[in-house]
Design a protein around this ligand. Structure first.
Ligand code: SF4
Length: 326
């Protein structure tokens, strides 16, 4: 059930956000000799809202732009175009104080030459805690809260297991006292037995600290378990957005249908018809005309699919970009 505040303003809003990366012609190789610099259109006009206390799941295949979008929302990347609003105000650098990101690979996101005290201490200084004793007390409190021990404070990242390192990453994110957390595949690098522990911790912390999450994952069962709403991305665009239960029970966009049909199901009664997607994900340097999914779509409506980007429509409470519903 959605935890969305009934009539309140969204906490975070993306308005027609784009992130394009220039690729120098030299990097494209001699095969493309004579070509000018090109653009990777990783995110190409994405709009959605996240309400306080919600968990929004962001899904799609590798290369769909979900990690780039998460980094734009966390202000690690400047958007090429569009706007990000925080409580209805345009976001600039001050957003850092309200937003944190938890990375997929806790090892590469922690400085190997710093102790846990230093890693969390940097974040606490950013928050404005100047007094060393206060910082020490807060560091120990955060360590305990994420399930680590006070004796870990002098250890270095390589001395921890993957799950423990992710707990350090979570403690560092909490140290800023964020309102909005982008969790970018936070459990996909962990052993299955550890994944559930970290997911439970994130859920407990959401309740305790009143956090709002954008949860990026390719594991749809994790998204189903955690999210209030789901946004489905393909080649830098939103294909479908809906409340989680409705999306999983009744996916409308052909791409969402294909993604969900690929989830392994144990219950024979609940088995969906398998949909095999033809071809590979097209290059975001040279995306298809019209609907970006038309080169792989099994339900193509007609020539309009190849000619014009489908308008977004509201169908059965879902936001869908597909000519089938226009
Ligand atoms: Fe398929 Fe056309 Fe819908 Fe795209 S717009 S998903 S090609 S039916």
């Amino acid at each position: 059930m959605s935890r969305r505040a009934a009539n309140g303003a969204p906490l975070v809003e993306a308005r027609d956000v784009k992130k394009h990366f220039p690729v120098p012609a030299s990097l494209l190789g001699k095969l493309l000799a004579g070509q000018k610099d090109q653009l990777v259109k990783a995110v190409d006009g994405v709009s959605f809202k996240i309400w306080p206390g919600e968990t929004v799941g962001l899904v799609g295949e590798s290369g769909c732009g979900k990690t780039t979008l998460g980094r734009v929302l966390a202000r690690l990347y400047e958007p090429t175009a569009g706007e990000i609003l925080f409580r209805d105000w345009p976001v600039h650098s001050s957003f850092f104080r309200h937003t944190q990101i938890i990375f997929q690979n806790p090892y590469s996101s922690l400085n190997p030459r710093k102790t846990v005290r230093d890693i969390i201490g940097v974040a606490l200084r950013q928050r404005g805690l100047r007094d060393p004793q206060e910082r020490e007390a807060e560091t120990l409190r955060l360590l305990r809260r994420v399930g680590l021990s006070e004796r870990h404070v002098d250890a270095y990242p390589h001395q921890f297991s993957g799950g423990q390192r992710q707990r350090i990453g979570i403690a560092r994110a909490l140290a800023i006292q964020p309102q909005f957390v982008v969790a970018d595949e936070p459990v996909s690098a962990l052993d299955v037995s550890i994944q559930a522990q970290v997911i439970n911790l994130l859920q407990e912390l959401q309740e305790e600290f009143d956090l709002t999450y954008l949860f990026i994952a390719h594991d749809l069962s994790v998204i189903h378990h955690l999210s209030d709403r789901v946004v489905v991305m393909y080649l830098g665009h939103v294909m479908e957005e809906a409340e989680t239960e409705s999306l999983f029970a009744n996916p409308l966009h052909p791409y969402t249908q294909a993604l969900l049909a690929a989830i392994p199901v144990v219950d024979k009664e609940d088995r969906r018809e398998r949909i095999i997607l033809e071809g590979a994900v097209p290059s975001p340097i040279d995306p298809p005309s019209g609907c970006p999914f038309h080169t792989r779509c099994f339900a193509k409506k007609g020539p309009e699919c190849e000619q014009e980007y489908p308008p977004e429509v509201q169908v059965q409470g879902h936001r869908v970009a597909c000519w089938l519903y226009v």
